[in-house]
Design a binder for this molecule. Structure first.
Ligand SMILES: NC(=O)c1ccc[n+]([C@@H]2O[C@H](COP(=O)([O-])OP(=O)(O)OC[C@H]3O[C@@H](n4cnc5c(N)ncnc54)[C@H](O)[C@@H]3O)[C@@H](O)[C@H]2O)c1
Length: 460
């Protein structure tokens, strides 16, 4: 008997239900199943794709069908969902027809946003955590966007693909190899796109550097670095928004919990999925101290249920990756140590180097001595046309310096014009893969762990 995407969606959902219900009981019990148990099966043979029968045809290079308008369903209307809605509602040709969130207060705020932008109020689905199932089967939705806690991204997207909808999620796309493969298979079977909407790929600096890389200004790119170093301690311990679910992940696994912001932009610099792919990684974590120290200082009442939680994620994770063509990539994660924000964002080529935070550039024989230069002169020649055209408007919208608006604009534009999407399921899956793979490597004393080839050989 055939195994349908719908079956996958349901069996996965049943699995997740227990995880999510445990998650909501976090402060009560403090107990979590270690996530590593879920990698079983994918563990020993991560290179072996599931049977390559005719059901699985690549989605690489497949254009969207043309749309006269793009009708969105939004699942998860917390801080991020509403922020992305704010961008989408400002893009010509985008409409939000339905929203879903068990938190009715958030859903109502989101519905008001539509009205404030002069749009029709969307239909609200708010009856429990499975209400998205009703949203995804509507026949007036072209794209389902998910901004829920991480544990719901995969069930929502599997249900969306099963209902024949294009879909996308916030970061990470998924948290286990099994889930990432399930999304690849479901997208290929449904012939619909499934993508992670990685806003950092649309940053002004990232798009400028990507152009300069493609023009050969840095020569051959040998090594790149990315990171998510963001002091989230206050947010993680709040009794609202991300504080309700994100801290739970620090009790579940030791690895890089949030790889995609750092990895998304730099994979393009080393041509991953355009001739190259990741081969293997090794990962190490520092001891966990930050959340313990924060709790000690800020939660004096030892009877507070938060004192039952055991944090297992090392504060500072460092993962080193190698591509098939020999390029090296350094990726880091730390959300529990005091420091200013950085995504690190660094590249070394045979002709020069770039480093961010603050952005600076060095080109052999051009920038003089051993001194860094600012980006200003390079911007004149290499600014991405999108940033030259709509950069000011994007910045005025505010979301993360304008990159959120450029991301929303590109998604709608590619769908209206029937273009190939900027980001496909293979990029999306590989950006999230270091989450489970770093956990596996650390559990095996930092041994090398192979990446799966989600493209099934099409990366060439
Ligand atoms: N790209 C970025 O820059 C960026 C920034 C912040 C957050 N994020 C990501 O966005 C996602 C959401 O984060 P957030 O900050 O908005 O969190 P949040 O807690 O503010 O919002 C999450 C919302 O999802 C709702 N929700 C929970 N279960 C649901 C379900 N089963 N169906 C529908 N809705 C459900 C919650 O009620 C809540 O309203 C996360 O994946 C996070 O990592 C990305």
């Amino acid at each position: 008997m055939g195994h349908s995407a719908r079956d996958d969606a349901y069996s996965r959902r049943e699995l997740l239900k227990s995880a999510v219900y445990t998650a909501s009981g976090l402060t009560a019990s403090g107990l979590f199943t270690p996530l590593i148990a879920e990698h079983a099966g994918a563990f020993n043979a991560p290179d072996n794709p599931p049977s390559a029968d005719s059901t699985f045809k690549s989605m690489k290079g497949v254009p969207f069908e043309r749309h006269t308008k793009v009708r969105f369903g939004i699942v998860g209307t917390g801080l991020r969902g509403r922020s992305v809605m704010n961008e989408l509602l400002s893009v010509q040709g985008a409409e939000i027809v339905a929203i879903c969130d068990p938190n009715l207060a958030n859903a109502s705020r989101a519905a008001k946003l539509c009205k404030d932008h002069g749009h029709k109020e969307p239909v609200i689905y708010s009856e429990g955590p499975d209400a998205f199932e009703k949203l995804v089967i509507r026949d007036d939705i072209d794209f389902v966007y998910t901004a829920t806690p991480w544990e719901w991204h995969v069930p929502v997207m599997l249900a969306s693909l099963s209902a024949g909808k294009h879909c996308g999620s916030e970061c990470p796309l998924g948290t286990t190899l099994k889930d990432l493969w399930a999304l690849v298979n479901a997208s290929e079977k449904a012939r619909k796109h499934c993508m992670q909407l990685e806003n950092c790929n649309y940053g002004e600096t990232e798009m400028l550097i990507n152009r300069m890389v493609k023009e050969g200004i840095f020569g051959e790119v040998l090594h790149v670095e990315g990171a998510y170093l963001h002091d989230l301690r206050d947010i993680l311990f709040e009794d609202k928004d991300e504080g309700l679910w994100r801290r739970a992940w620090h009790t579940r696994l030791n690895g890089n919990l949030y790889p995609t912001h750092g990895l998304g932009p730099i994979t393009a610099y080393v041509n991953v999925h355009s001739g190259d792919r990741f081969d293997y990684l090794i990962s190490m974590s520092s001891p966990q101290r930050g959340l313990d120290l924060y709790r000690e200082k800020n939660i004096p009442d030892k009877k507070d249920p938060k004192w039952k939680e055991v944090y297992v994620t090392g504060d500072h994770n460092t993962t080193l990756m190698k591509t098939i063509n020999g390029k090296t990539v350094l990726l880091q994660h730390d959300v529990s140590s005091p420091r200013p924000y950085t995504r690190h964002h660094r590249l070394q080529g045979t002709l020069g180097a770039f480093e961010d935070y603050p952005p600076r550039i060095y080109i052999d024989g051009q920038t003089g001595g051993e001194r860094w230069a600012t980006l200003e002169t390079w911007k004149k020649q290499f600014s991405h046309p999108l940033w030259s055209e709509i950069g000011e408007r994007a910045k005025s919208k505010g979301g993360h310096g304008g990159m959120d608006f450029i991301m929303a604009y590109r998604l709608v534009q590619t769908m209206l014009e029937g273009q190939v999407p900027d980001i496909d399921i293979y990029d999306s899956a590989i950006w999230s893969a270091p989450l489970p793979l770093s956990e596996i490597s650390i559990a095996r004393n930092s041994s090398p762990v192979k990446f799966p080839d989600f493209t099934r050989g099409k990366y060439k």
